[in-house]
Design a binder for this molecule. Structure first.
Ligand code: ATP
Length: 246
């Protein structure tokens, strides 16, 4: 089932074109990797899908409600010295049916604990976020996004500054979640991601789509230093590589 359909989308900041004629369909069981060079327009596309920006031309049709879209932002600006616990972070993502002025209901806390359990972080519920490793912190943010029972989860650079072992653990978790949730990951760290993604959207103002499921694995994605140029030439799209050098 198609969850999101983007057709003939254009977006510019001021007078500069950032996205041109984007067409993309995202299905409920997809695991989509959005890759591309710095400034290629990946975050802009994510913001458009989230409804934070509005297309100037073209359209984005969503077959789901906004609260069924989970979002895990880049956490580079997180102040890890802030004295907040894992469960408090998760509760921030919980939209309670029972309105309370102060604090959270027992159901809210139970839901947050269930989300932490899904990402194997229940035992760290009362740990301060600053005491967790980068990978554990990322799991907590995934738990926060899970609180709203999303049908699709968008993650912006979820493995930035996490070592390769930690990256694999995050993607194993996302693979598990992908049995019931559509996963969309924006990332530069494609070597590990490509072992898990089903499809790839390469964005550099334009979008080029690759299905990985049908791709003969003629590239060694276990290679930690696999770069985008190698990937794209293996996919037979070496012309795209040239765009990076402009
Ligand atoms: N709010 C803004 N106002 C003006 N220009 C912007 C704004 N946000 C992004 N841009 C520009 O739009 C282009 C695309 O930016 P975007 O952040 O979408 O790229 P990206 O592919 O996510 O990059 P990165 O990989 O570096 O995160 C860049 O040239 C950027 O400078």
């Amino acid at each position: 089932m198609e969850l999101i359909n983007i057709s003939n989308l254009f977006y510019k900041y001021h007078k500069t074109d950032v996205l041109e004629n984007i067409n993309l369909s995202i299905k409920n069981d997809d695991f989509l990797a959005i890759i591309g060079p710095n400034g290629g327009g990946k975050s802009t596309l994510l913001k458009l899908i989230l409804g934070l920006l509005t297309p100037q031309e073209g359209k984005i049709e969503k077959k789901i409600k906004n609260n069924q879209v989970g979002y895990v932002p880049q956490n580079t600006n997180l102040n890890i010295d802030f004295p907040i616990t894992a469960i408090e972070i998760v509760l921030m993502g919980h939209v309670s049916s029972q309105k309370k002025l102060f604090g959270y209901s027992k159901q809210d806390v139970a839901c947050a604990m269930a989300s932490l359990a899904k990402v194997s972080m229940a035992e760290f519920a009362n740990s301060k976020i600053g005491d967790l490793s980068g990978g554990q912190r990322q799991r907590v943010f995934i738990a926060r996004a899970l609180c709203s029972n999303p049908k699709i989860m968008l993650l912006d650079e979820p493995t930035a500054s996490i070592d390769v072992k930690g990256q694999r653990e995050i993607y194993e978790l996302l693979k598990e979640l992908n049995s019931s949730i559509c996963i969309v990951v924006v990332s530069h760290d494609i070597s590990v991601l490509l072992n898990y993604a089903k499809n790839v959207a390469h964005i550099n103002k334009n979008l080029v789509y690759h299905s990985l499921e049908n791709l003969e694995k003629n590239i060694n994605t276990q290679n930690e230093h696999l770069c985008e140029v190698e990937l794209l030439s293996a996919l037979g799209k070496s012309h795209i590589c040239c765009e990076h050098t402009h």
